[in-house]
Write a protein that binds this ligand. Structure first.
Ligand code: GSH
Length: 222
């Protein structure tokens, strides 16, 4: 479009997401931490065989997954690309530490979750493998958490990396939520559990929680 950049900036971002999608939750946390108002358009991943698979949504995200965001006159997909864009255009409060070494640590934690765990337990993969969905998901979450636990033991202060909330925390909490859904034994991961318990008490994490979104079914509403 030929809308000016400043005019585009006045329009609220729209998040295409699903209440229970961990990647959608990442983006909701980032918006909440930065105090950015946005609209939500629900894409129900289950109903009608999955609304992410419609031609209409494929035009928004050719990968046929949530989240996608329209913001400043463009459409973005991939939760971490979306969050990086928000970070670069709306830098306060920052979601990446100032220190390059700590930034490196944040990115390790994000990549373990976003590349090494979540893709292996997402709905599409579980539907493809058919049987033993729960064991499959548990296996890959355990494998990733076994790596994350000693890393976080080294990097954590109050939060995943030091005492400042970062993208690592934004990735961790929704992944722990998935782990709990798949009944992973969290007692093996005391550092992950401690960080999660601290983070879920913070307003931005609470307000964005799957239990209180516009598309949360009534019987799951908190
Ligand atoms: N790397 C993508 C991101 O970070 O945004 C992953 C997105 C993703 O896996 N989305 C899931 C989805 O849309 C929900 S968390 N699943 C629908 C499906 O698997 O058909």
């Amino acid at each position: 479009s030929n809308m000016s950049a400043s005019a585009a900036r006045l329009i609220k971002p729209v998040l295409y997401g699903y209440y229970r999608s961990s990647c959608s939750w990442r983006v909701r946390i980032a918006f909440a931490l930065k105090g950015i108002e946005y609209e939500q358009k629900a894409v129900n991943l289950i109903k009608d065989g999955g609304q992410q698979l419609t031609d209409q949504f494929k035009a928004i995200n050719p990968m046929q997954q949530v989240p996608a965001v329209t913001i400043d006159g463009i459409t973005l997909s991939q939760s971490l690309a979306i969050i990086q864009y928000i970070e670069e255009t709306r830098p306060e409060p920052r979601l990446l530490p100032a220190d390059p070494k700590q930034r490196g640590q944040v990115r390790i934690i994000c990549d373990i979750i976003a590349s090494g765990i979540q893709p292996l337990q997402n709905l599409y993969v579980l539907q493809k493998i058919g049987a033993e969905k729960v064991q499959w998901a548990q296996h890959f979450i355990n494998r990733g958490f076994e790596a994350l636990e000693p890393i976080l033991k080294q990097t954590a202060g109050k939060y995943c990396v030091g005492d400042e909330i970062s993208m690592a925390d934004i990735c961790l909490v929704p992944q722990v939520y998935n782990a709990e859904r798949f009944k992973v034994d969290m007692s093996q991961f005391p550092t992950i559990r401690r960080l999660n318990q601290t983070l879920i008490e913070i307003d931005a994490f609470k307000a964005s929680h799957p239990s209180c979104q516009p598309d949360t079914p009534d019987d799951l509403k908190a």
